[in-house]
Design a protein around this ligand. Structure first.
Ligand code: NAD
Length: 387
């Protein structure tokens, strides 16, 4: 896959590299600044104001978590009206994703024509790059700063805008101090997103040596540091989580995610379960299922022995000796970081609720990057086991 080289700045205080990026590299006329609402309660505003004082800034924060089509439309109008020439996105995955979508789509849309939906649904393909893009994640996290896609929801359905080069940010600033005030619940959920990404990437049929290297570094880092980051945060745990989330993003940028992600979206759309939490719900059981792969249902072209080795390596990284033990440890991890594991406690109380998840999250084609064939029947069994 052709991909661009990003300029990456990491470490505590690296937010100050923004000055260098802006004055030396880009010298923009009007910055499109995208932030979440938490921005107003954080010290980030005080840090940022002097850094941006000498530029025209158009601030966009009028969007909901898990970006919706109308939010993207609002952003495009503002971007066009103010003729912005650089995007600075500071926030969680929702912020980075909506900024990515607005930037690329603004470049495709001329005059008053509204083809936004047709680009998002891939009826039209992207023809032009957007403006220079600086990504500053404040959750650890989605790794969106390292991926070439952005999630947009239309009528509760998840779509992904993607381009191997143009959707990848040009600059990435990984400053762990921006996550110091991240509440425990959000730390837990976003951290589990990163861990699930890394695990799913590791077992994806599209994994490569490079993606497994990123994921293999991320998994033990998260396993060790996430409970600390949630329950007794230290600068080291925050820094490790930010690094690991970025590695997990780099891993899925190559391999994509698999079944746990695919079926997570309706948990978020219909039951308001935060993204990372929604993905984590099924991963323990899916681990057991995938470890049972055999010659008849192995989807990885590299063969059964390769997939068995993959699962063994994952068990070694988690420090467990069997798939059931992995599931057990997974449940213990979710308990330790305070994430509910049972579907009935998250509002899924009826058979219809489970059917809703299956109907909106299961598509045999979309789970074909999972190493073992996943049928609707098997997925239902998994969902009933965690209900
Ligand atoms: P989020 O961006 O929705 O943020 C969750 C909450 O945390 C928000 O209320 C936000 O304002 C708050 N917040 C963010 N940073 C904070 C901070 N430092 N201190 C206090 N509060 C803070 O959550 P997320 O999990 O980062 O992103 C989820 C979105 O990312 C989903 O839409 C998901 O589909 C998408 N995603 C994208 C990719 C990708 O590669 N593009 C990958 C995974 C997930």
């Amino acid at each position: 896959m052709k991909t661009k080289i990003q300029q990456q700045y990491s470490g505590i205080g690296s937010i100050h590299f923004l000055e260098n990026i802006l004055t030396v590299n880009e010298n923009p006329f009007n910055i499109f600044l995208v932030t979440g609402n938490f921005f107003y309660q954080s010290s980030l505003k005080d840090t940022l104001e002097p850094l941006l004082a000498s530029y025209d800034v158009t601030h966009f924060n009028d969007f909901s978590a898990n970006p919706q089509l109308d939010d993207v439309r609002k952003g495009i109008s503002l971007f066009k009206e103010k003729e912005c020439d650089l995007v600075l996105a500071i926030g969680g995955g929702s912020t980075l994703d909506i900024a990515k979508s607005i930037n690329i789509l603004t470049a495709q849309i001329y005059g008053s024509s509204d083809k936004v939906t047709r680009y998002i649904t891939k009826e039209l393909s992207l023809k032009k790059p957007g403006k220079p893009f600086i990504a500053v994640p404040t959750t650890a996290g989605t790794g969106s700063e390292a991926t070439h896609f952005a999630v947009v929801y239309i009528d509760k359905k998840k779509y992904s805008l993607a381009h191997p080069e143009w959707m990848l940010p040009d600059y990435v600033v990984l400053d762990p101090s921006l996550t110091y005030n991240l509440p425990a619940k959000i730390t837990a959920s976003t951290g589990m997103d990163a861990l699930c990404q890394a695990i799913e990437s590791y077992w994806s049929v599209y994994s490569t040596e490079e993606s497994q290297q990123y994921a293999g570094e991320a998994i033990p880092l998260i396993w060790k540091n996430l409970p600390v980051a949630v329950n007794n945060p230290t600068p080291l745990a925050r820094e490790s989580m930010m690094k690991a989330a970025n590695l997990a993003g780099k891993a899925i940028n190559i391999s994509k995610t698999t079944a746990c992600h695919a079926i997570s979206y309706p948990f978020t759309s219909y039951f308001n379960v935060p993204h990372g939490h929604a993905v984590a719900l099924t991963l323990g059981e899916m681990f057991v299922y995938n470890a049972g792969v055999n010659d008849d249902d192995c989807l990885d072209g590299r063969g059964l022995a390769h997939t068995q080795k993959t699962m063994q390596e994952l068990m070694a990284m988690a420090g467990v000796t069997s798939p059931d033990d992995f599931n057990h440890q997974w449940c213990a991890l979710m308990d330790t970081i305070g994430l509910e594991r049972r579907l009935h406690k998250l509002g899924l109380t009826t058979e219809e609720d489970i059917d809703l998840i299956v109907k909106n999250g299961f598509n045999p084609e979309r789970v074909r990057n999972n190493l073992r064939v996943l049928t609707e029947r098997e997925l239902k069994k998994i969902l009933y086991r965690i209900s």
